[in-house]
Design a protein around this ligand. Structure first.
Ligand code: IPM
Ligand code: MN
Length: 370
């Protein structure tokens, strides 16, 4: 049986509940003799702060660096709002992304059959939406120096600063991956920047065009980020692959995610160039949704995004594209048959608890495996 090593970070809020449903699938894979995933679990974010006084321990980081893939639930919550900035739960996520060198964050947005009417966007507009947002994840405004809160020695006035900087290799490697992904899809890339105002964007756009010269089979167009924000709502089905910076990607992925009706549905994969012991890309997989502390521990969370993140992991880090397809298909089937978690149910409609939905997916997946 194929074996791989996994590090799991359930994290905060609804993280642990949705992670349990990911584990359910991992157990089934082993029980079916398909692939054995040896899982090491560590607290992260607020959970780690409470236990160890830091949001990410060295031991957890070292284990993540050695793993074939990493799974994360969610991080943060109001409980840690007063924690000093450098120790905030979110810093664990940034440190993990940076240390694992997963510079490319893939956030696929697809409308699920049977859920079209849940979209805040008119049904006619979201038909056939199947786009992939490719967000740069380890540079840009999130990481550039100088950063911090200082006082101007001349005027004595305090100020806050972050720096938006992209180096050539950072844009090149992201654009290359974006074009490669587009080749395996509908062959279209939309680059999103702010090249009419920002030098950093003008530079970024130039590098994207240079990389494009080696990908003549892919159609490339450019969109300013404000126009892109509008287009994602007005005509989301026009997009195939979108590539953009860390900050713009953070904003646009939340926007794009909500057009499918619930942010609880969408997974993400973060990849770099590091290979794992299976010779695949070692990756970092997490739902797009946050820790939703208001509903944590009540069985109200939708585990779809987590289970679909496991599917992305099977495909991208474990070389199991066909299993991944069956697993994603099982989630789609359960949703199509009208089985819903609270976020998808109308006011008085009965709904499934997190674990019940997970059981339904497990059952469908078992059947798909034959
Ligand atoms: C996301 C989140 C993170 C980000 C936060 C929690 C640091 O919003 O994954 O999109 O800004 O990248
Ligand atoms: Mn975000």
């Amino acid at each position: 049986m194929k074996r791989a090593r996994l590090v799991a970070f359930p994290g905060d809020g609804i993280g642990p509940e949705v992670m349990e449903e990911g584990f359910r699938i991992i157990s089934l894979l082993k029980e079916s003799g398909l692939i054995e995933l040896e899982v090491q679990t560590f607290p992260v974010g607020g959970a780690s702060l409470d236990r160890f006084g830091v949001p990410l321990t060295q031991e957890a980081l070292d284990a993540a660096l050695k793993a074939d893939a990493v799974l994360l639930g969610a991080i943060g919550g109001p409980k840690w709002d007063k924690v000093e900035f450098a120790l905030r739960p979110e810093t664990a996520l940034l440190e993990l992304r940076k240390s694992l060198e997963v510079f490319c964050n893939l956030r696929p947005v697809k409308v699920f059959a049977g859920l079209e009417s849940l979209s805040p966007v008119k049904e006619g507009r979201i038909l056939g939406v199947d786009l992939l947002l490719v967000r740069e994840l380890t540079s840009g405004l999130y990481f550039g120096a100088p950063k911090g809160i200082f006082t101007d020695p001349e005027t004595n006035e305090p100020y806050g600063i972050n720096t938006l900087v992209y180096r050539k290799h950072e844009v090149e490697r992201l654009a290359k991956l974006g074009f490669e992904l587009a080749l395996a899809r509908r062959g279209k890339v939309t680059n999103v920047d702010k090249a009419n105002v920002l030098e950093s964007s003008r530079f970024w756009r130039g590098v994207v065009e240079e990389v494009h010269a080696s990908f003549r089979g892919v159609a490339l167009d450019h969109l300013l980020v404000d126009a892109a924000a509008m287009r994602i709502i007005l005509s989301p089905s026009q997009f195939d692959v979108l590539i953009t910076t860390n900050m713009f990607g953070d904003i646009l992925t939340d926007e794009a995610a909500c057009i499918v009706g619930s942010i609880g549905l969408l997974p993400s994969a973060s990849l770099g160039e590091r290979l794992n012991t299976l010779g695949e890309r070692s990756g970092f997989y997490e739902p797009i949704h946050g820790s939703a502390p208001d509903i944590a521990g009540k069985g109200l969370a939708n585990p779809s995004a987590m289970i679909l993140s496991v599917a992305m992991m099977l495909e991208m880090s474990l070389g199991e594209a066909s299993l991944a397809k069956k697993l994603a298909g099982s989630v789609e089937l359960v949703l199509k048959e009208g089985r819903r978690t609270k976020d998808l149910a109308s006011d008085n409609e009965a709904y499934l608890k997190t674990s019940e939905f997970g059981e339904n997916v497990e059952h469908a997946f078992r059947k798909a495996l034959g």
